[in-house]
Design a protein around this ligand. Structure first.
Ligand code: UGA
Length: 430
């Protein structure tokens, strides 16, 4: 099939490359000329495990890129994978996706046969019907449900394993009203469904929009719940990880996302939970549980630092922050728990030295004035304490490096450092 993907961010590029891998002819459309040139040259414009290989294999052949929206008019399916950032009230800001949809509608108005338009971006329930379909109808002059169809196909890709998540999904969700929209999506995903036996969920447009939010809200809630239980465990002198291992054996609970610690960050959970809360409030419903989920998450970095306070006064002292990325395997620092941790240390008058194997440069934009070390050993050298924020494997191997500390206090927010003789080790929830 001929597919256009509008947007070459991490979702759009992953989608485009994976669809090319499934045998489709894909064109990625983006205003970013550098990203377009990179894809045409077979170079992935973003870092995502497994993506380099796919773009190298198909870039310039089955996977093309262009700045010209007009190519979308020749496609059988057009995906909209444009960003929906957060506005000042926590809601999604639809200005970028609406502008892109209008631009798309203008070129689709010229198409001999209009393609199926599929919303891939994360949008709150009702957005497609209320904003995107009218934008397409107005600019194309065509009527949805008659001359063209619109569907919603949310993504469940994790940063760092997006390619593998796409090619081995737990589920694929199609939200649409017209049979022909489901048939077109079936045809597109058929190679994937045939090779993985994944479950295809066929549902309505609003339901598909909501499934994405419910998925992320549930996972964020699960982590906040294990963090709350972990905080209670700590007060009782109980190891929350042993408790999590045991409760995870109950299939109704499940063993994943039970790692308690300094909390969740990234570009998805904080933004999506905030947007769902804001959207719910606009209906007049007060989502108290989700507000508490955010509240617990916001508190975890300060709990980490209060455990540190129990050991040392950090004022005027060098303190190492091990890990700056929001999770291991990525250089992304958006909403990383390292941010409030560093702020809390600076408020205490500490000299902060950050270390991360890949994310230091991104954190520098946020905190240009703190020191960044080249290695964990350099960060620990002379530090009165270390706090661990990201679960990079290399922190598990740290050993003699702690000997160079002024005082070897280690407060671990991710249960990654191995406690050893000679360090004052404190776990956040164990
Ligand atoms: C998340 C979802 O997992 C994806 O399914 C979804 O598609 C994506 O958001 C999105 O909406 O685009 P991602 O943000 O890449 O993916 O990261 P996760 O691996 O889910 O981790 C999120 C945060 O939770 C990280 O800060 C991680 O350290 C934290 N976490 C995760 C825990 O604190 N404990 C756990 O047990 C698991």
């Amino acid at each position: 099939m001929k597919v256009s993907v509008i947007g070459s961010g991490y979702v759009g590029t992953t989608l485009a490359a994976c669809l090319a891998d499934l045998g489709h002819e894909v064109t990625n459309v983006d205003i970013d000329e550098d990203a377009v040139a990179a894809i045409e040259d077979g170079v992935a414009p973003i870092h995502e495990r497994g993506l380099d290989e796919l773009v190298a294999e198909y870039g310039g052949t089955r996977l093309r890129a262009t700045t010209d929206y007009a190519t979308a008019s020749k496609a059988n399916i057009v995906f909209i994978a444009l960003p929906t950032p957060t506005d000042e009230r926590g809601r999604i800001d639809t200005s970028i996706i609406t502008a892109g949809t209008e631009q798309l509608g203008e070129v689709l108005g010229e198409a001999e046969e209009m393609p199926l338009v599929v919303v891939k971006s994360t949008v709150t329930p009702g957005t497609t019907e209320r904003e995107l379909i009218p934008a397409l109808e107005e600019t194309s002059g065509a009527t949805a449900g008659e001359e063209f169809d619109v569907a919603v196909n949310p993504e469940f890709l994790r940063e760092g394993s997006a390619v593998s998540d796409f090619l081995h999904p737990d589920k694929v969700v199609f939200g649409a009203t017209a049979d022909r929209a489901f048939e077109t999506l079936d045809e597109l995903y058929d190679p994937l469904v045939a090779q993985t036996d994944t479950t295809v969920v066929r549902t309505g447009v609003r339901e598909a929009e909501m499934i994405k939010y419910a998925n992320n809200a549930f996972l964020a809630s699960k982590i906040s719940l294990i963090n709350e239980l972990g905080n209670i465990c700590k007060e009782f002198g109980v190891d929350a990880y042993e408790v999590a291992d045991a409760i995870g054996l109950d299939e109704r609970i499940g063993s994943q996302f039970l790692r308690s610690g300094v909390g969740w960050g990234g570009s998805c959970f904080p933004k999506d939970v905030a947007a769902l809360i804001a959207a719910a409030r606009e209906t007049g419903y007060e989502p108290e549980l989700l507000e508490a989920v955010v509240g617990v998450n916001d508190r975890q970095p300060e709990r980490l630092l209060s455990l540190l306070d129990d050991h040392v006064d950090v004022e005027g002292e060098r303190v190492a922050v091990l890990g700056l990325a929001f999770k291991s395997g990525t250089d992304d620092v958006r909403s990383s728990r390292a941010i409030p941790t560093i702020e809390g240390l600076l408020n205490r008058g500490a000299d902060v030295v950050g270390y991360d194997p890949v994310a230091a440069e991104n954190m520098r934009a946020q905190f240009p004035d703190i020191e960044y070390a080249e290695s964990a050993a350099d960060a620990l050298d002379g530090a009165i304490a270390a706090v661990v924020v990201t679960d990079w494997d290399e922190f598990a191997a740290l050993d003699g490096e702690f000997d160079a500390m002024k005082r070897p206090v280690v407060v671990d927010g991710r249960r990654i450092v191995e406690p050893r003789d000679g360090i004052e080790y404190e776990g956040l929830t164990w």
